[in-house]
Design a protein around this ligand. Structure first.
Ligand code: CA
Length: 196
């Protein structure tokens, strides 16, 4: 009976831990960029690798309507395949929810686009923001990890000068409440059976 209780506790603890965001500095708030301005090119970006093609810019609060700091993967070089990447510790075969915001310059000329990928999963090429509100659009995907280390990557699609990324999160998909409830019922039934 004691072991069974431990097993249930372990199950609950596991699901709580695995729902944490795996991405370091996914909101790009670790360093400060000037309000209503930007820093470019960035020489480093906490948690991320800056890809050698092109450069990237740290966008300050308010610049082009930015609701918080963002990264422009087109930088000031506006070269194709410039961008950022972060290697994540994943579990081979497990599913993850990948979420991020894109802004590509609604209301500007020189609008751009972003290519996004998670490991070998192509999440989209030339992704766009939205043509309303402040132009930011949230993208969400469920993807399967193909190894114990997968890279989340955002690169400039080379279609313009504005290719902003923000609020990047990768979280392990946890069992649905229905599954958890079913599991609890099963364990409860098992416990009752043992009592008899
Ligand atoms: Ca931010």
């Amino acid at each position: 009976m004691k072991n069974l209780f431990g097993a249930v506790l372990g199950l609950v603890a596991l699901s709580a831990v695995s729902s944490a965001n795996l991405v370091v500095n996914g909101d790009f708030q670790a360093a400060s960029y000037p309000n209503n301005g930007f820093t470019s090119p960035l020489s480093s970006l906490a948690g991320w690798t800056i890809l050698s093609a092109g450069n990237v810019a740290g966008i300050g609060l308010g610049y082009l309507g930015a609701p918080s700091q963002e990264i422009d993967v087109s930088g000031t070089a506006d070269a194709a395949n410039g961008g950022i990447s972060q290697s994540l510790s994943t579990l081979n075969g497990y599913f993850y929810e990948v979420k991020f915001d894109i802004y590509t310059g609604f209301g500007r000329n020189q609008t751009g686009g972003v290519n996004a990928s998670f490991g070998s999963n192509n999440l989209g090429t030339n992704l766009q923001g939205q043509n309303s509100g402040n132009g930011r659009k949230t993208y969400m995907f469920t993807v399967q990890a193909g190894s114990n280390s997968e890279a989340i990557k955002f690169v400039n699609a080379n279609t313009g000068r504005v290719a902003h990324v923000d609020n990047v999160s990768v979280t392990q998909v946890v069992p649905e409440p229905a599954t958890m409830a079913g599991m609890s019922m099963f364990l409860l039934a098992l416990a009752r059976k043992r009592k008899k």
